[in-house]
Design a protein around this ligand. Sequence first.
Ligand code: NAD
Length: 345
Amino acid sequence: MYNITLIPGDGIGLEVTKAMKKVVKASGVDINWEEVAAGESVIEEYNTPLPEYVLDSIKKNKIAIKGPIATPVGKGFRSVNVALRKSLNLYANVRPVKTFEGIKSRYENIDLTIIRENTEDLYAGVEHMVGDIAAESIKIITKEATDRIVQFACDYTKNNNYKRLSCVHKANIMKLSDGLFLREFDRVCEENKIFRLNGEDAAARKYYADDVIVDAAAMNLVLTPENFDVLVMPNLYGDILSDLCAGLVGGLGIIPSANIGKDCAVFEAVHGSAPQIAGQNIANPTAIIQSAVMMLKYIGENKAAEKIEDALKKIFIEGKILTVDLGGSASTDEFADELCRLMEN
Ligand code: NAD
């Protein structure tokens, strides 16, 4: 029995997390979900969308999964997602991006992962006005945070049987900050025996490292995404390229993500609370279910994770029970029930 914190979140969060719980239960893993509310529904009572009890629960259980949380625009609350990452020091954001046979997308055979440094860069929030005529945001890249994220990316590459590890940067322009990121990338990769190709064929290597300037990375991800494996990068590039990659495989409704720290891990769908369709039982729960698959692998429940993955593959190949966003007419509940049925067979 695992104790895991569940934050259903706002909007469609309630529906998709309910579907996720049903599917995880059917996979055979016994989880005691500690449900805690965060987001819009608690602001009035606690004067914050992220009350202390949410952080306390995650610190106690070490593992959490969350639905989307709406960030009120212009009300002065910090984004819950940013606050969670900072308070729990969740330094690595991991987004696997894979095509599913049966889901319409522009590409086939994509299997890559974006690993985004989650704690610094322009997201450190160090900004100030210069009089009232200019504003400055400070980009912070430290050796400590860079080494930590590159080490994570090296381990991820090896543990997930990927071959190519690419550093995405703009060191040709930001010679100090991105220059440090690139230099540490090379050093940590070498320590991990992931070397650059020195004229030899990539086919001869188990692993290799290279680097791509962020603008070229954006173009190549659109032209030939199947050539990439694992990409590691500072926060801002990661934010932008991970949504670009979601678009390559059919949109935000299917992509999972994980925020990993030394002590805690928080798994989440990457889509928002979709207020337009909330409460209608039509949201696609695939993203949060795939996030649960990542979570199950993280806690070592690989068999259950694979069972769910197989059921997802089957449901998309069969193409009969699909939610509206994927061109079907099934409800959120019907989609979850079909996954449970497929796992029984
Ligand atoms: P959104 O992801 O909620 O919606 C974008 C579009 O995608 C909408 O058309 C929506 O209906 C559709 N969509 C999203 N998820 C879907 C799903 N699972 N099934 C079917 N359709 C889906 O983005 P938005 O409208 O920009 O944001 C709405 C709210 O969500 C905002 O308050 C924003 O701050 C918040 N948000 C939260 C997170 C998070 O908690 N991780 C992420 C992004 C946005």
